[in-house]
Design a protein around this ligand. Structure first.
Ligand code: CDP
Length: 196
């Protein structure tokens, strides 16, 4: 069975948690595509060469979850040749046998517009910054500034800007706990499966 769940949305909206939970519920493979861009940003040197030569070990290095790594990721993610180098891998993953969940910024718009389910997961910048602050600590207003900066860059870039894909179900998790958000996402997938 080929079945793709595409989850897009801004920084710290809960895509990863929802993606992992949906994948576990249906036995699908899960790919956090943000990790690819974080790994390219962390490699240093020429980002295009880093993307073209990306290896599994690069995805396992320490420090990929820091705010600095997020900023580096969003800078290299604006380079069209970097994005192009990562497209094929993501497309193959999306259409693999057995079902796949991918979360990122352009999954429903560019990587897999034919996805059976498209979700756009969002929340207010303040709520997202608070959640990220709980993970990384430090100064909460600095985390909020980082979130604003990354949102602006991801939504404003010319190549594959962040936006809700056509036909995406929008899930605003500002006032939702994680269980409710996951429950809604699972309901959307079940509905689509039953309608097939
Ligand atoms: O976890 P969080 O939402 O903060 O970030 P992430 O999903 O790990 O993504 C890090 C950065 O990679 C984003 O700010 C985007 O600039 C970039 N990215 C992208 O351009 N396209 C994707 N499919 C995934 C991430």
């Amino acid at each position: 069975m080929i079945f793709t769940v595409a989850i897009d949305g801004p920084a710290a909206a809960g895509k990863g948690t929802i993606g992992r939970a949906v994948a576990a519920r249906f036995g699908f493979a899960h790919l956090d595509t943000g990790l690819l861009y974080r790994a390219v940003g962390a490699k240093g040197g020429d980002p295009v060469a880093a993307a073209e030569g990306l290896a599994t070990a690069d995805l396992e290095r320490d420090g990929l979850r820091t705010l600095a790594a997020g900023q580096a990721a969003s800078r290299v993610a604006a380079i069209p040749q970097v994005r192009a180098a990562l497209v094929e891998f993501q497309r193959r993953f999306a259409r693999r046998e057995g079902g796949a969940v991918l979360d990122g910024r352009d999954i429903g718009t560019v990587i897999c517009p034919e996805a059976e389910v498209k979700l756009y997961v969002t929340a207010s910048a303040e709520v997202r910054a608070h959640r990220r602050w709980l993970e990384v600590g430090g100064d909460e207003s600095a985390v909020l500034a980082e979130v604003h900066e990354r949102d602006a860059r991801d939504m404003g870039r010319a190549d594959a800007p962040l936006r809700a894909a056509e036909g995406a179900v929008v899930l605003d998790t500002s006032a939702m706990g994680i269980e409710e958000a996951v429950g809604r996402a699972i309901a959307v997938v079940l509905e689509r499966m039953e309608g097939r």
